[in-house]
Design a protein around this ligand. Structure first.
Ligand SMILES: Nc1ncnc2c1ncn2[C@@H]1O[C@H](COP(=O)(O)OP(=O)(O)O)[C@@H](O)[C@H]1O
Ligand SMILES: [Mg+2]
Length: 331
């Protein structure tokens, strides 16, 4: 069952030289109970796409068009008041910026209790008991004590756990986790990612935004690969990892450091930089960096499709394999 369907999302900013489009016709869906990974380099439009869907962009300078249907409701058409109700109760955001989630002036417990009571008519004592359970769920040691701590008294990893507990506090149908571990060191990252399966006990779906294909491999059921404000490939994780169609996906896969074993030569790194938003591109946005670019790639790429696996690219099956071999991606 589809929980959230985003279709042809386009986001533009007003600028002196006219509107600049940063998100181009992005479509993706999230099914009940699944983790959708949205992956791409910094600046590819991941955060902006989700903030636009959640009504969290500055409407004075931003134009958002397309559709985003969540449980039958068209989010882009809802008044702010309705959107605020949906955020926190039905859709929780774990923001890329950990400092926005917790205020420094109240204890962690006060903030979780307030969050619970803002959405449900329960007593302070009942909300506090729930908060203890939530902190226990995210494996914060001595949860009763932790509730009375201020955010700055917790380590980065514990703080992020508290943020996750707060996001789960209303049993949201959907959790949007935007680079939830980027600010943490590697071992803490792994521990925090281990918490996301909590969605199963809490019944939530997850949109997991990351620049790290390794995180997608570990956590996601399906993936949407974004480049320069477009979804260039999407499909079940196993399909996309076993047979990446778009050379950008191949480049991201070839850049994952191996977990074990001797590294064979140097790790691939995609050459060059993504185009700045507003750059006029008649064809594929990846053409300047693509190891398999052809003359035709300067014209709009077609959508190729096989079941749920889709990609915007001209390459045929043989050309894809050749492109992958060039960068040392799984071929
Ligand atoms: N308020 C804004 N005004 C103008 N451009 C913006 C604004 N917010 C984001 N952008 C641009 O939109 C693009 C996508 O950004 P973002 O969604 O943050 O990327 P990601 O999350 O994939 O790293 C970037 O090029 C960024 O510079
Ligand atoms: Mg981002």
């Amino acid at each position: 069952m589809t929980l959230l369907a985003v279709e042809n999302l386009r986001v533009s900013f007003a600028s002196e030289g006219g509107p600049v489009t940063a998100v181009h016709d992005v479509s993706f869906s999230v099914n009940a109970g699944e983790v959708l990974g949205i992956v791409g380099e910094s600046g590819s439009g991941k955060t902006l796409s989700l903030l636009s869907v959640l009504g969290l962009v500055d409407k004075r300078v931003t134009t958002v068009t397309g559709r985003a249907v969540f449980r039958g409701r068209s989010l882009l058409d809802l008044p702010d008041r309705e959107m605020r109700k949906i955020r926190g109760r039905d859709i929780a955001l774990i923001s890329q910026d950990p400092m926005t989630a917790l205020t420094p002036v109240h204890t962690v417990g006060a903030q979780i209790v307030e969050q619970i009571r803002a959405h449900e008519p329960v007593s302070r004592a009942a909300a506090r008991a729930r908060a203890v359970e939530l902190l226990r769920d995210v494996r914060i040691p001595a949860p009763e004590k932790a509730l009375d701590r201020y955010p700055h008294e917790l380590s980065g990893g514990m703080r992020q756990r508290a943020v996750i507990a707060m996001a789960l506090s209303c049993n949201p149908a959907l959790v949007v986790a935007d680079e939830p571990t980027t600010a943490l060191d590697t071992t803490v990252q792994a521990q925090v990612l281990d918490l996301l399966p909590l969605r199963q006990s809490h019944g939530s779906s997850v949109v997991l935004i990351t620049h790290d294909m390794g995180v997608v491999a570990e956590m996601a059921d399906r993936v949407a690969v974004m480049y320069a404000g477009r979804v260039v490939e999407t499909g079940p994780v196993a399909d996309v990892f076993n047979d990446p169609w778009h050379p950008y996906t191949g480049g991201l896969l070839a850049s994952i450091p191996p977990l074990t074993g001797a590294r064979q030569g140097r790790l691939y790194s995609i050459p060059g930089m993504p185009p700045a938003p507003g750059t006029k591109l008649p064809g594929c946005a990846y053409v300047a960096r693509c190891p398999a670019a052809m003359a035709i790639c300067h014209t709009p790429p077609p959508e190729q499709m096989d079941g749920a696996h889709r990609s915007l690219c001209f390459l045929d099956a043989g050309q894809r394999v050749a492109a992958r071999q060039k960068v040392g991606a799984p071929a």
